[in-house]
Structures are given as C-alpha cells and as structure tokens.
Ligand binder design. Structure first.
Ligand SMILES: Nc1ncnc2c1ncn2[C@@H]1O[C@H](COP(=O)(O)OP(=O)(O)OP(=O)(O)O)[C@@H](O)[C@H]1O
Ligand SMILES: [Mg+2]
Length: 258
C-alpha cells in the first residue's frame, strides 16, 4: 500500500479518521482547497522517501505562499503556485513532458496533506515512532516508543535529515506539553496505535508489527502521520536504554511459535 491507499483505508474507521491529517492526491484544485482550508500543507512522494522530495507550503500575505524545501525558502504568487511546485518536483523530467503528462504524473506520485503543527522542544519539532507488535494468538502490544527530534532548522523529523533520537519523556519535558499529564499523553498514543494495528489486521490478517509515526500538536492532541509496514528496529538502538530494542527482538523471535 502506498501512502494514499493507507490513508483511504484508515479513513474508513471512524475512531481513527479524526487523527489523520486531511490528505488528497496532488492536483491544482486540491492544492488550493487544502491550502485555503488549513493555511499550511505538506507535499510528499506517495511512496515515501525518507524525507526527500518533501515540500512545505504556507499561505502568506498578498496572495502569495511560502514554499520551503529542506532548508531553502522562497515565495510564489498563488496563481503560479501549482506550476512552481510542479517544476520543483518534476525538475529533471520537465524538458521531456507536456503539461498533461506532468499533471497526471503528479496526481499519481504525490500527495498533499494538512500540515500538523508539530509541538516543539527548544525550537525543534519532534514526532514519535511507536512500535506495535503481536505474537501468535496474543493481542497487539506497544513494544517501543521514541522521539525523533528534528535537526536544527528543519521542519521535518527524518533521521537522515539530522534528527536526533531521544526518549519520548525527555522531549516532552523540554516542550510546552510538560504541563500535561505525561501518562495521559502517552496512553492516548498507545490507544491510537492499537486501533491502527487492529484496523490493518482486518485487511492483512498475518501482520505482526507496524511502526507508526505519530505526533502531538501544541494542544496535546495525537495525530497519525504515517504507518510503516516494515519498520526498522535500529532506531531503538540509538537509545541509551536498550530495553525497548530487546522487547522488539523478543516479539520478533517468537514469530512462528505459538
Ligand atoms: N502532515 C504532516 N504535518 C506535519 N509534519 C509532517 C506531516 N507529514 C510528514 N511530516 C513530517 O515529515 C516527516 C516525513 O514524512 P513521512 O514519514 O510521511 O515521509 P517519508 O519519511 O519521506 O516517508 P517514509 O518514512 O515512507 O520514507 C515526518 O516524520 C514528519 O516529521
Ligand atoms: Mg517517514
């Protein structure tokens, strides 16, 4: 499943829907629709890319928008925004394509999403990787959680863009959410992750693990950014405390047994 198919599938479950950023395929109409509605959006390759090819767009004054690509920023007039973004995304192919091809390719290869204001710790946003696993005939369990704390200046939290791995408790303590009950925040994450796991199990009865990228907004509401079917475990090796890494291995090791 690509990001769009996962979104549609999760969206079919009422309890999950309210935690999903609104998502559309990349067309000129959807671009204007989501930008007007949310003021801030994110464009991502439909198949994922470890943070590459991600563009952030924010409404600005005088019918212009601010476009941010990794660490560079530019503005564009709104009536030219779609073609500015198309040029940026399709840069290497533009000379070989006509406008219709470009539009078709974009709608098939990019999604637009409502941008969730990630809560920050010391001016650096963070999101949270939640690992959910199950063994034969045993229920889904959250076996690990860690924070990916964006590299300085970055708005997204991919590790290959300089994000640091920290215990979730540490970043929460350094963020405005320190005023909230940590226990309540974390149990909301767990509940959401378990709902997502059960939902995917309906479609893929054999699945045993998922890695969710989740985040909090500044009000402490949990959001589901994305779901990985083959989550890496090495992120958990970066934590000083290796107990979650070991729990993940233990769950994997029991696979196939009863
Ligand atoms: N809707 C959103 N609102 C705010 N930030 C987002 C949103 N979607 C993604 N991000 C940020 O961008 C990062 C990368 O997004 P995402 O994980 O969807 O793509 P990817 O990493 O390129 O894909 P993959 O993990 O499949 O390689 C997230 O970890 C998060 O920091
Ligand atoms: Mg990702």
């Amino acid at each position: 499943m690509n990001k769009w198919e996962k979104y549609l599938f999760l969206h079919g479950e009422k309890q999950i829907r309210s935690m999903l950023p609104q998502t559309r395929l990349m067309t000129a109409d959807h671009l204007q629709e989501l930008l007007q509605k949310h003021g801030s959006i994110i464009l991502k390759p439909i198949d994922g890319s470890g943070g590459r090819g991600i563009l952030l767009v924010t409404s600005a004054e005088n019918d212009r928008s601010l476009v941010q690509i990794t660490l560079t920023r530019q503005t564009a007039a709104n009536h030219e925004l779609f073609s500015v973004l198309a040029n940026e995304i399709m840069r290497d192919y533009i000379p070989y394509l006509n406008e219709i091809d470009i539009r078709q390719l974009l709608a098939a290869s990019y999604i637009i999403q409502q941008r969730i204001p990630l809560v920050e710790a010391e001016d650096r946003p963070f999101d949270i990787r939640v690992m959910v696993q199950r063994k034969n005939d045993s229920p889904w369990t959250v076996t690990g959680k860690l924070a990916k704390w964006a590299g300085s200046g970055y708005a997204i939290t991919n590790v290959n863009l300089g994000a640091a791995i920290l215990p979730v408790e540490t970043v929460l303590e350094r963020s405005p959410l320190r005023k909230h009950s940590q226990k309540a925040l974390l149990s909301h994450l767990d509940e959401a992750a378990l709902l997502v796991a059960r939902r995917f199990q309906q479609r893929f009865p054999g699945i045993r693990e998922l890695g969710l990228d989740m985040c909090f907004d500044p009000q402490g509401n949990p959001w589901i950014i994305e779901v990985n079917f083959k989550p890496h475990d090495y992120l958990f090796l970066a934590l000083e405390d290796q107990s979650m890494y070991q729990a993940i291995q233990e769950y994997r090791g029991k696979e196939g047994e009863n």
